[in-house]
Design a protein around this ligand. Structure first.
Ligand SMILES: C[S@@+](CC[C@H](N)C(=O)[O-])C[C@H]1O[C@@H](n2cnc3c(N)ncnc32)[C@H](O)[C@@H]1O
Length: 354
């Protein structure tokens, strides 16, 4: 029976298992927090790629499983990887994810040791743009390893935390959520005006600015102007929101205009039908948050992208998703919803303005 390593939401425990059950019957072999090793029927990765999953983030097939001993720890991992059917001619990367145990080696140490031994044997290693991935998941003193061409994977990396940390600018951990979300949705070459609702301390605004957007950042709280450092930032009052819009329209280069106000005080942003992306990370109840988006609808282009975190006060995710969708549906086409690795008790919703 094939084995799989499943990366799920940490918070919505009941929903994640129900979702997995909707894909296949399975037996849990190992589990630690959001990580499962399961035994299930074949073709689960393909099935999961086709399904519109919310709570299961990624699934990797396991090609070999071994018990590890403290004495021969590295050797055990390396010999597990050696049993995989690695194609020497395909440039690959080796990744290790140590879920719960530390035995004097970091995952990075293991990657360097195993990766360099593979390289010494003539396997082509490409860290930046690999065509294949070999991986080991270490959980409860066991090593589960696998190998796949990147196109067959749900995600081209094993450990999202490490993958997205590379892009972290240090303003707020929240910015990781937007990096993860932008990877899920195709924003293509879209650039222009972005609206960031609940922008403080500025992580999401910085991500959008760095991508070349002119950002209207709305929040009564301050942005971290010091950490925004080299970005061009202008602060305006709610009473000058129209002026802020005009300034954005005129600007030919990226800029962050911070309107220091809550959304309820804003009526005319002065950018009719101009914003091509609106992001919303306001830490308010889901219904109110969705209604705030609707109040801005005249400022958005047709097909404008909406990325918003739906905050769930309880763990009844279905309830918050359905009320949010109901409010947005007349004006937005909901594309999908996903719990991303950096989401806590929230779900990221992706939609397009109709
Ligand atoms: C989780 S933080 C946002 C973090 C931000 N995305 C980042 O990357 O730095 C939520 C923010 O929503 C703001 N907020 C809550 N209600 C708001 C409202 N009605 N209008 C504007 N901002 C609001 C809060 O002031 C808070 O700064």
């Amino acid at each position: 029976m094939p084995k799989y390593f499943v990366f799920t939401s940490y918070i919505f425990r009941k929903s994640r298992l129900n979702e997995l059950r909707s894909l296949c019957a399975f037996k849990i072999l190992d589990n630690f927090n959001n990580v499962f090793v399961i035994e299930a029927g074949s073709g689960l990765v393909e099935k999961a790629k086709e399904a519109n999953l919310i709570f299961v983030y990624s699934i990797f097939e396991v090609g070999d499983a071994v018990e590890l001993s403290k004495e021969r720890y590295l050797y055990g991992i390396e010999s597990s990887v050696r049993k995989l059917a690695i194609d020497k001619d395909v440039p690959m990367k080796y990744e290790c994810y140590d879920v719960n145990s530390k035995h004097g080696y970091s995952a990075k140490d293991i990657e360097v040791t195993v990766g360099s031994r593979l390289e010494n044997e003539g396997i082509e290693i490409n860290m930046e743009n690999p065509m294949a991935l070999a991986y080991s998941v270490l959980i409860n003193m066991k090593c589960y390893s696998g190998y796949s061409l990147v196109y067959g994977l749900m995600k081209p990396f094993l450990n999202p935390e490490r993958h997205y940390l590379k892009a972290y600018s240090g303003i707020s951990r929240a910015e990781l959520k937007l990096h993860e979300a932008l990877d899920e949705s195709d924003i293509g070459g879209k650039r222009g005006i972005a609206i960031d609702l609940g922008a403080s301390p500025g992580g999401w605004s910085k991500v959008l600015y760095d991508k070349g957007f002119k950002v209207l950042a709305i929040d009564p709280a301050d942005l971290n102007y010091r950490k925004l450092g080299e970005c061009r930032v202008v602060v305006k009052k709610a009473t000058d929101s129209k002026g802020a819009g005009e300034m954005l329209l005129k600007s030919e280069s990226p800029v962050i205009i911070h309107i220091k106000s809550g959304t309820s005080k804003l009526h005319n942003l002065g950018i009719p039908g101009k914003a091509c992306i609106v992001v919303n990370d306001m830490n308010i109840e889901a219904t109110e948050s969705a209604r705030s988006v609707l109040e801005l609808k005249d400022s958005l282009t047709k097909n404008c992208i909406l990325i918003m975190t739906v905050k769930c006060i309880t763990k009844n995710a279905d309830k918050y998703l359905s009320i949010t969708k109901r409010i947005l549906e007349g004006d937005f086409r909901i594309q999908f919803c996903r719990v991303l690795p950096s989401n806590r008790q929230e779900i990221t919703l992706f939609a397009r303005r109709i």
